[in-house]
Design a protein around this ligand. Structure first.
Ligand SMILES: *Cc1c(COP(=O)(O)O)cnc(C)c1O
Length: 222
């Protein structure tokens, strides 16, 4: 199917659900993004800062840009002026830099905390137990130019549905646990970013509010 057709079919399957689609356009040309844009779609995700900045500069300004990949602290300043949501905050050090750059740009930047839920070691993110301790210990309280909107996780890359399901359930449980903590003024948990092309259906069943889908919209990447 065409990119526009794929966007349309995701719109239909998500209609009435409390879940947003992030179209992951990494490695794809601006023309592919424009094709999705022309259907009225506005929410795109990239995982490399350089590519994100170039696309931001070339494409219409009303696009909502999501930084979904691992973010190095020295590159935060390049996206701080315009990024809509940073999905993968995985350290206090990164949060501190985002907070600083947000202040410089007179913005509050929305962020998700990435949690390591997969079996693979090479995936980033906080340990769930440790994250709760950090939040309860007030370690995020100083970041007043960030709004922490929820959690993000990536499941193990496996065809075993049960494994993926268990990991998404674990993330949802952690989310509920954090929501139940005493309120903090820079926490406004509403989002659970989980699910990609291979596992978004499972993620939807487990309560995802944001699926990040690339290849099922734009085709396989080289
Ligand atoms: C590439 C990527 C996706 C999308 O992957 P697909 O399998 O193409 O849907 C989702 N999330 C992150 C963090 C990614 O890097």
């Amino acid at each position: 199917m065409s990119i526009a057709g794929n966007i349309e079919s995701f719109n239909q399957s998500l209609a009435g659900k409390h879940c947003k689609l992030i179209a992951v356009s990494k490695t794809k040309p601006c023309s592919a993004i424009k094709e999705a844009y022309d259907t009225g779609f506005r929410r795109f995700g990239e995982n490399r800062v350089q590519e994100l900045v170039e696309k931001y500069q070339s494409l219409p300004r009303d696009i909502e840009w999501h930084m979904i990949g691992h973010l190095q602290t020295n590159k935060v300043k390049l996206i701080a002026p315009f990024v809509a949501l940073i999905h993968a905050v995985d350290s206090l050090r990164l949060a501190a830099e985002i907070d600083k750059q947000a202040a410089k740009n007179h913005r509050t930047i929305d962020c998700l905390l990435q949690v390591h839920i997969a079996l693979e070691e090479n995936k980033f993110g906080f340990d769930g137990v440790e994250l709760v301790q950090l939040i309860e210990g007030g370690k995020f309280d100083e970041f007043q130019n960030i709004r922490f909107k929820g959690l993000m996780g990536m499941a193990t890359n496996t065809g075993e549905k049960h494994q993926v399901q268990t990991e998404f359930k674990e993330l949802k449980k952690l989310y509920e646990r954090i929501v139940a903590l005493p309120p903090r003024n820079n926490f406004d948990f509403q989002e659970l970013s989980m699910g990609m092309s291979s596992d978004y259906q499972i993620a939807l069943e487990e309560g995802s509010t944001m699926i990040r889908v690339g290849s099922s919209i734009f085709g396989e990447r080289k």
